[in-house]
Design a protein around this ligand. Sequence first.
Ligand code: 13P
Ligand code: SF4
Length: 401
Amino acid sequence: MTITTPSTAAGGQRRPTPISLMLLGRGTDPFTERGVECPGDLPAAADPALADRAKAAKAALGDELLVLGHHYQRDEVIQFADVTGDSFKLAQQAAGRPESPYIVFCGVHFMAESADILTADHQQVILPDLAAGCSMADMATFDQVEDCWEVLQDAGVADSTIPVSYMNSSADIKAFTGKHNGTICTSSNAKRALEWALEQGGKVLFLPDQHLGRNTAVRELGLSLDDCVLYDPHKPGGGLTADQLRAATMILWRGHCSVHGRFTLDSVHDVRARIPDVNVLVHPECRHEVVSSADYIGSTEYIIQTIAAAPSGSAWAVGTELNLVQRLANRHPDKTVVFLDRSVCYCSTMNRIDLPHLVWALEALVDGTVVNRITVDDQTRHYAKAALDRMLSLPGIVAKD
Ligand code: 13P
Ligand code: SF4
């Protein structure tokens, strides 16, 4: 089965607003990345031979296969990743491995799409479960972003606005960004991307994560909250006047991550009261007030490195996805590592990738069948690649191993 991202970025075809996630993974909606049947039988989750089957399939595929794993993946899956990383490192790895014809991406759909855009034609990217999407990426659709651009044109600010799109966006949003001379960023290079964009034009349209945009602009570039306005795609004109758009430096899209949005100032106060000398370490997708009250802020890769480098006996409350926090707690028994909020929260779509789906995809490859291939059409790829290449070549962005 091949899922191709339909082209609208250059073609201008109108799409309906996506429906909410089809978490049960049944049925297909060609206008979003969500929900699909798995043809054939998935192995049972309780099958004790699953890990051995994954090992055997990997051994049979040898160097033909590269398994990439995002840090939010389950332990049962991440153990089979050849490379683990944040979304920036994984994009670099995909771009730098032309020798692997098959890339199995254990992450979410926008990451696999980006890998397909960055890899050569002879390489095929596979997402073990197509219901592994990202609710934040769904908060900016191509039509909404095109409408927003018209609003900026009407206000006379489009010519001085550079789009900066977070990696957590669909391929056609990336293509929109490339077409309008913008760049992609991730949580590990948002500062450099924003600096670059502000050097090109006086304003930035940042999408879809309002929090990463605001946190980077205010905390890292020294802009004020008043320099930022919030564009709501569900309101006429984004809910903003032309004067507000003209006065703003950062036009933030009203999108957010449902996992990181759960952390509140109360979570921070509560953990500081419970654990003496605790260090609060959060991902920049958290709300501004949470990030402002934290001690350390950074991408998933930064979070891992910070805790690894911390002294024995130190205490850490981590505001990011639970699989990663649990892994860090297990990896560093000499340190106290806890989830920032009292109520635990996995990223449900990252968790769609489980061992049965991974084994299913790998064993199909051994049998010569590519399942759940992610492909991006040529027109979308062209402009999306321009935006991704710009990110990868921004000065000051360091290549990772
Ligand atoms: P990183 O870029 O830090 O890996 O984050 C990706 C993501 O989806 C966080 O929610
Ligand atoms: Fe998307 Fe949030 Fe999950 Fe990251 S944690 S993949 S931003 S829903």
